[in-house]
Design a protein around this ligand. Structure first.
Ligand code: UDP
Ligand code: MG
Length: 139
């Protein structure tokens, strides 16, 4: 059983507050398998490309600034029903609306500085995974 994949990032706010370990524990406890992982920092160009789907939104420029402001952890996670189950684990985009016990309820500061990314579809999980990882970086 190989399951399906989702792409996550532990965002600069959570990394700077030493929440990498806490978030990875929640991910492992929820049954996700780590298929690939790296610690890196996005350039503004890379952050802009990753979030290009949001380029017409009012929050885009601030989002690109924030996402390139410090290191992140990027990972491909594998599980049955990975997209929906991971979105459930992380909670709503705005932590004020996130269910108690979710990653964002536990660690997010604001709608922008919301601790983690999770892919929104199987198609985007593939695109986002290819953005960060080559074939030989996946196990
Ligand atoms: N974001 C923001 N302001 C908003 C909505 C979103 O700064 O009003 C940021 C936030 O960091 C969010 C990211 O843009 O995680 C992508 O937005 P999306 O709607 O795709 O939310 P997600 O899929 O991450 O829950
Ligand atoms: Mg999204």
């Amino acid at each position: 059983m190989t399951g399906t994949i989702t792409l996550t990032m532990i965002k600069p706010d959570a990394v700077s507050k030493n929440h990498i370990g806490g978030i990875l524990k929640m991910i492992n406890d929820a049954g996700f398998r780590i298929k690939a992982m790296k610690y890196t920092q996005l350039s503004k160009e890379q952050a802009g490309q990753f979030y290009a789907v949001h380029q017409d939104k009012g929050f885009y420029n601030d989002l690109v600034e924030f996402m390139s402001s410090g290191p992140i952890v990027a990972a491909i996670l594998e599980k049955e029903n990975a997209i929906a189950d991971f979105r459930k684990l992380i909670g709503a985009t705005n932590p004020a609306n996130a269910e108690p016990g979710t990653v964002r309820a536990s660690y997010a500061e604001s709608v922008q500085r919301n601790a983690v990314h999770g892919s929104d579809s199987d198609e985007n999980a593939v695109i986002e995974s290819d953005f960060f990882f080559s074939k030989v970086e996946r196990f």
